[in-house]
Design a protein around this ligand. Sequence first.
Ligand code: FES
Ligand SMILES: [Fe+2]
Length: 317
Amino acid sequence: MSRFSFGMPFGWFVVAWSAELPPGAVAKRNFFDRELVLFRGETGEAHVLGAYCPHLGAHLGVGGKVEGDSLRCPFHGWRFSGQGDCLEIPYAKRIPPNAKANALPSAESGGVIWAWHHPDGAAPSFDPPEVAEFGAEGWTADWTKYEWTVATHPQEVTENSVDWPHFHEVHLMSPPPERKVEFKGHEILWEAATKKNVTTLDGAEDEIRVIGRNPGLGCSYVRYTGMGESVIVMGMTPIDSESIRMFFGVIGNKAGRTDEEMAAFHQSYADDMAVAVQQDFPIWENKIYRAQPKLCDGDGPVGDFRRWATQFYVTTE
Ligand code: FES
Ligand SMILES: [Fe+2]
């Protein structure tokens, strides 16, 4: 029986870090309960297609080759654009009109390649996420990256952002005395101030202010100020309806440090943040989803969160 009655949400999801896909590269992925192929054309644009060739079903991500801004199938050489159109069949006079590979809407911003997943193939209903600090002057140049496969659901991970009491119990932070949250269209905007011990920096106590933004159920951006100024990106990409690939990246503001000083500080700081994320995994992997939870007055706005989350499903329970 499925642990999560709501199935997979629609939205923008991380399918790769930009740096993983240089021009001319082809990559195979399994997300949204399907095989995908990613490729970056020689012009620099990244594309995401359903992996199986419309001809006789070869996997375009296993032996497929980039030519210009298109991808050639390894089996009989049909060549497809990033939009899935068949551009060439080397041995045919005419291209059959329905010879089309299945393209997913894709975008690239903030050092991440995004794909829009919708169970009915509907077009994007909101813009892909962006992060202003990525690539900006004075910040580390690329994400310090971490990835895990976790047996949970994007909605469960996102619910954590508004679950105030767990920050103390699971992450050993002081209960945030100041916090606010706003559900605004497809986004959640939230803020909290708290204290935490930074284990990799000799347990130093850091007073942090956290400003978070969740554009849909696929990702969250969180800006931390405290001992260091940093931004994290967290991507929750469904592998299927029971498990996700979690992408986690951290960039830091160098704040006048040399690249060398920054490298050591930032690695420790990012590792510490990655430790905090992993503290949630045993809870997420073993809990059930309570549709009718017993809540108390100190809980975060779980009910409001769940009402907001219903917008990302084609049918809701
Ligand atoms: S299976 Fe792709 S060209 Fe034949
Ligand atoms: Fe958490």
